[in-house]
Design a protein around this ligand. Structure first.
Ligand code: NAP
Length: 287
C-alpha cells in the first residue's frame, strides 16, 4: 500500500488563491478593502506565532489586520464593550478573539457578543446553531480545514465510519455535526470513552486532536484508513502530532503530517472566513 502524506501547504495555497480572487471581485464591486480586528488579552507567547502567521497570510492577499491588545487583568465588561464598538463600526468587517484568554473571562460570553455576520471563527451560538440545523454559513476554522482536506483529497464522506477524538467546542463538536450533515456515521471520543481502540480501529477516517504526542500507534488504526492529525505538541524532538507516524505508516492509506498538515490549512480557512464576513458586511441584507 502506498502511503499518501498530505501536503497541507499546497492545499492552503489553493484556498488562499481562491480567497484572493474573491477579494478582487468584491473590491471591484464595492471599492472597500477588508479590515479585520483581533482581540488579544494578556501576554501568552504561544499565541504570537499563530497571530504572526495569520497576519502574514492577511498581508499576502490584501486584508488589513488590526490588533486590540488588553492586559491580563482587563474585565469581561471592558472586552464586551470593545466588541460592541467593533460590531457597530462599519469599517470593521470581522472580529476574532485570540486564545488563550485569562480564566476570569468567559469565552462563551465573548463569542455571544460578536455580531454573527462579523464572527470570523464561527463560534457565535447563532452560527453554531445554523450549522446544527444544516444551514452552514460560517464554519469554525479547524473543522473547515478538515472538510477542505477531505474535499481536496477526494475522500468520500457519505456512509463512512468516522471517529473524532476531541469533544471541544472549537474542534470536535462542530466537526461531528458537519460530518453528520454530510451523511457520515460519526463517533466522538474523549477521556471518558471506554476502550478508545474499539472505536478508532474501526474508523475509515480518524480525526484526532488530543494534544498528546504520539499517542496513537498502529493498534489504534484501521488498515487502509485516512488519518487527520490535528494535534500539535511541543516536545524535545520538535513539534509533533497525536499519531506515532513510524508505527502506523505501513498500515494506513493517507495521513496529514505535523507540522505542515492541518495547521497551514487552518490559517487559510481563517482567511476564507474573513472573506465571508467581509462579504456579509458588504451585502448585509444577505446574511
Ligand atoms: N492544527 C490546528 O490548526 C489546531 C487547531 C486547534 C487545536 N489544535 C490542537 O489540537 C489539540 C486539541 O486542541 P483543543 O483546543 O481542542 O484542546 P482540548 O479542549 O484540550 O481538547 C482535547 C480533547 O482531547 C480529549 N482527550 C485528551 N486526552 C485523551 C485521551 N487520552 N483519550 C481520549 N480523548 C482524550 C479531551 O477529552 P476531554 O474533553 O474529555 O478531556 C478533549 O476533548 C491541541 O494539540 C491543539 O494544539 C490544532
Amino acid at each position: 500500500m502506498t502511503l499518501k502524506i498530505i501536503d497541507g501547504k499546497k492545499i492552503a495555497g489553493i484556498i488562499k488563491k481562491e480567497a484572493s480572487k474573491e477579494l478582487e471581485n468584491l473590491y471591484n464591486q464595492y471599492k472597500i478593502k477588508p479590515n479585520i480586528t483581533t482581540i488579544k488579552i494578556g501576554n501568552d507567547s504561544s499565541s504570537d506565532l499563530y497571530l504572526r502567521l495569520r497576519d502574514n497570510a492577511c498581508k499576502e492577499i490584501g486584508i488589513t489586520s488590526n490588533h486590540l491588545e488588553f492586559p491580563d487583568d482587563v474585565t469581561e465588561k471592558e472586552i464586551i464593550n470593545s466588541i460592541n464598538k467593533l460590531n457597530s463600526d462599519n469599517k470593521v468587517h470581522g472580529i476574532l478573539i485570540q486564545f488563550p484568554i485569562p480564566n476570569h473571562i468567559s469565552a462563551n460570553k465573548l463569542f455571544k457578543s460578536i455580531q454573527p455576520n462579523k464572527d470570523v471563527e464561527g463560534f457565535n451560538p447563532h452560527n453554531l446553531g445554523k450549522t446544527l440545523i444544516g444551514d452552514e454559513s460560517i464554519i469554525p476554522c479547524t473543522p473547515l480545514a478538515v472538510l477542505k482536506i477531505l474535499e481536496y483529497e477526494k475522500e468520500k464522506i457519505e456512509g463512512k465510519d468516522i471517529v473524532i477524538i476531541n469533544h471541544s467546542n472549537i474542534v470536535g463538536k462542530p466537526l461531528a455535526i458537519l460530518l453528520l450533515n454530510r451523511n457520515a456515521t460519526t463517533s466522538i471520543c474523549h477521556v471518558f470513552t471506554k476502550n478508545l481502540k474499539n472505536y478508532t480501529s474501526k474508523a475509515d477516517i480518524l480525526i484526532t486532536a488530543t494534544g498528546i504526542p504520539n499517542m496513537l500507534t498502529k493498534d489504534f488504526v484501521k488498515k487502509g484508513s485516512f488519518i487527520i492529525d490535528v494535534g500539535i505538541s511541543k516536545t524535545k524532538n520538535g513539534i509533533t502530532g497525536d499519531v506515532d507516524f513510524k508505527s502506523v505508516k505501513d498500515k494506513i492509506n493517507s495521513i496529514t503530517p505535523v507540522p505542515g498538515g492541518v495547521g497551514p490549512i487552518t490559517v487559510a480557512c481563517a482567511i476564507k472566513n474573513m472573506l465571508k464576513t467581509y462579504r456579509y458586511c458588504l451585502e448585509s441584507n444577505n446574511f
